[in-house]
Design a protein around this ligand. Sequence first.
Ligand SMILES: *[C@@H]1O[C@H](CO)[C@@H](O)[C@H](O)[C@H]1NC(C)=O
Ligand SMILES: *[C@@H]1O[C@H](CO)[C@@H](O)[C@H](O)[C@H]1NC(C)=O
Ligand SMILES: *[C@@H]1O[C@H](CO)[C@@H](O)[C@H](O)[C@H]1NC(C)=O
Length: 399
Amino acid sequence: MANRTTIFAVLILSSALFSCNAAGPGPSGGAVFNVLSFGAKPGKKQESTQAFIKAWNAACNFNGQSTLLIPLGIYKLGETIFRGPCKSPIPITVQVQGTLQAVSDPSAYSGDGWISFDSVNGLILTGGGTIDGQGRVLWQYNNCKTNGNCVLLAASIYMNNVNNSNVNGINLINSMGFHMHITGSNLIMIHSLSITAPGNSPNTDGIHISKSNTVEVSMSVIRTGDDCISIGQGSTNVTINAVTCGPGHGISVGSLGKEPKELDVKGLIVKNCTLLGTTNGIRIKTYPASNPSRASGMLFQDIVMDNVMNPIIIDQHYGTKSTKPSLVNIHDVDYQNIRGTTLSPIAVSLMCSSQVPCQNVHLQNINLQFKGIGRRPTSVCANAKVGYSGLQIPPPCKI
Ligand SMILES: *[C@@H]1O[C@H](CO)[C@@H](O)[C@H](O)[C@H]1NC(C)=O
Ligand SMILES: *[C@@H]1O[C@H](CO)[C@@H](O)[C@H](O)[C@H]1NC(C)=O
Ligand SMILES: *[C@@H]1O[C@H](CO)[C@@H](O)[C@H](O)[C@H]1NC(C)=O
């Protein structure tokens, strides 16, 4: 659909552009690869998967700054893998203005993701559009409640081996599995996302991070049926700032210790977050009978709990009924300025491993009020070395 001006601009850009008649001019002299020029068919019925992949490949192999443009419209997509490394100079921009809708057929997905980015250095994913996993149709195939070794449904956005990436201004709704899954990646900045799925949708975590270094999530609102943000094995230097969660299961470190030889979690800051009616607030969960690993250097600061069932919780007997202790060693954990309301009288529960007790846990200025009649909020602890300072509601565990 190139018009006169587009063609003119393409001609004056460079001779490299000249050979690429599907590209238009982009910001700062780059080229725009519009999925419509590659055969994408907006409208609800026809799949546009191949057109998206062709447009990506053209943008990614372009000899100049490039943008993949998904203009307004509804696009039906099956499994879509945007693969790098790209030849275009970094960053490559993916501008999602339209709505992407997943094909509602579990056999359409062979891997971990619906829309995947693989081996890309320098990615900007933005545009104000919507990524709709159409999970309502597929949630019935999730059997993780009864099968501990279930295979999770595809994540709406799966990033593997992606570096230097910025994701912002995207709406994610009703994912099949996780809304975003980031793994094997470095330096990922995420802000201004809106993530929405029903409170009873299974395993629809907002953002799951694993095996990645330096990930920052900020200024986002996440309502899901599972963890708001979950921090899995091998996550280092993760910051979560100004995120509002709920409904859902809250912000979780874990589950850790399910797989053999897991990597440590080290360096997590969760600050200025609000949890609204979630089942857990800030939780660290590990499987019993695990292999050894560590989760350490975690700071939870300036957190508001609004009617949260278990506001502060360490649970080292998560997931199975095994009585063998977890060997995930949790240490150096700080909770500072945590306030609001708890729905259960046990506002603080620090239940650590008898084999590797929690060390150097510190609570400062905790004010969690229980609105129920006849009971005061309490703390329970096991195998935890805990220090306290400032206000303590509930009162500290008796040692
Ligand atoms: C991302 O960074 C890691 C660590 O520096 C490196 O091993 C990997 O090759 C990089 N990936 C890409 C796609 O550039
Ligand atoms: C940790 O993350 C922050 C951004 O949140 C970054 O500025 C810093 O360089 C990172 N540190 C390391 C050691 O990767
Ligand atoms: C805390 O987060 C809210 C949004 O949830 C934001 O408006 C406010 O500026 C943040 N405050 C600080 C000190 O970062």
